[in-house]
Design a protein around this ligand. Sequence first.
Ligand SMILES: Nc1nc2c(ncn2[C@@H]2O[C@H](COP(=O)(O)OP(=O)(O)OP(=O)(O)O)[C@@H](O)[C@H]2O)c(=O)[nH]1
Length: 579
Amino acid sequence: MKLTRLLTLSTAMLAVLVLGMLGHITRDAWLHYEHTNTGLQALRLMQRAMVAAEKLSFERGPVNAVLGDRQPGDPARQERLVRARAATDLALMQLERELQADIGAPHPVEMAPLYRTLAAARSTVDQLAALPPAARTAERLGGAVSQMFALVPQALDAVTGYTLASERAYPRISRPLIKARYAVELREYAGRLGSVLTVALATRQPLSAADYEQLQALRGRIAQLRQQMLTPGDGSSPELVAAIARVDDVSLGAGKQLVAEIEQASREGRDYDMDTGQFALRYVPTMTPILALRDELLREAQEQAWSDHEHARYELLIASLSGVAILLALTLLILIVRRRVVVPVLRATRAVIRLGNGDYSRDPSGSSRQDEIGDMLRALSTLRTNSIEKQQLELERQRLIEELRLRADTDYLTGILNRRAFTTAGNKRLRRAFDRKESLAVVLFDIDHFKSVNDTYGHEAGDQVLIRVAAVVRDQLRDGEILARHGGEEFVVMPMHCSQQQACMLAERLRKAIAEEPLTLADGHILRVTASFGVASAGGPAAALDDLLHAADQALYRAKHKGRNLVEGATQDGLTSPA
Ligand SMILES: Nc1nc2c(ncn2[C@@H]2O[C@H](COP(=O)(O)OP(=O)(O)OP(=O)(O)O)[C@@H](O)[C@H]2O)c(=O)[nH]1
């Protein structure tokens, strides 16, 4: 697998793994954060439901006052009832508005039935209050009070439901929430304690046996709730301890005392020194410390919930930022590896391939990096330099070999082929002519009276004559026609395939050219030389080169003998067949 492909695959796999892991962590953090958001909303709903329950409890005070009032009633009492009902309606409306938002859990309160029950209870109260006091029988009064009692449990159900939802999101606030709910219940039962007296106070009758029983049960429940509010050493804050002390002092102290006084008067058969309205005016304020206690507990729970919520938000932020940082770091790492390792390695690979193919055009070094890759590139650069030197040496060697070969084949004086080279080239051409069944001829010529040139003008002049004659003949020949110095002042020509007659014609042309060419010597002398030619050809069954040369030599001898400066062709007798 190619390195780039491997890197791409590894990068993709790593990215998938890291993204998956980061996605999982961030999703968890997000879900936890969402969970705490839901918890906060549940907490708000719980508070609203608590306030609604409290207002429903509170409304019973003015109701009792109106039910025990004369006819026509006291406007102040009416006014207090109107205000209490408005406060209840506002609390219920706020609860309903809060419910509009979806918290992702079934709502434990149905507003429509609550509104219906409330409307019915209020209607009963208003009808009863409109009657003359004598017509308000204990039974009817008890029914109205019971209808008012029935409202609060519905709100308390909502409180319980939202308390559980809040606890799920914030397990740590479980204890203050439960205690706050106890406080709401405490307020309700303390209220009921006063409401039990309504019938007796309104009708100016002693408390019934059922009233005593109910009072007893309520006191037991209140004592139980009080017990659960504060257990020794449970780490409650000083503010909470103070709030409970105030409940003990005011609600459970003064409030209970007021109820006990009415109860005492009832037992003794005395007339009550207050009606329902006066009782409510004194009794209802004693329950305020319970609400203060509830608010203190809620404040504690809220603080804790906000702290947990902030922590969840912080964790989500950290998870998101860490994810982004890890992704950035990974991307940077991959880019660095790609730039600093993969790309140079690929460059080095291409350089090695180039060097292997003998392409030294580019230097792979080009880098001042001090790591292993830099070392490798420098080593490749050195290899390239060495290879270039080696290549140059090889070229030089080839050139020298070629030069030596040329020198071995070349006559040192005239620059034309020497006898050895002619023998090789001539034999080759003769074989080819034989294969192709072509005729071939040789022209042998010798400078006439050359000894006298040497003798007259000196050996060097003789050399110049040899050089000039070779040049003159060379100019007369076409490419492919061989000219060689056969020895001394003797030359040989092997034209392209031609007959003896054609060869004789060529020889004649050469003879004329030599004879007509004035030769200027170094000392200024001009002389003319002639040459004698012997021509021999091998047609049909070819002759060996030596035989051809021999026949040509014989013809040349005859030319000399006949007076020189002549062309003489060989006779067929002068040839022998090749072996
Ligand atoms: N200057 C010079 N002379 C050479 C060279 N090779 C051979 N000779 C001379 O060529 C001469 C050949 O002489 P001969 O064989 O007698 O022939 P010739 O004088 O040319 O007379 P014919 O061939 O009969 O016309 C000799 O004097 C050789 O010394 C050479 O390379 N340079």
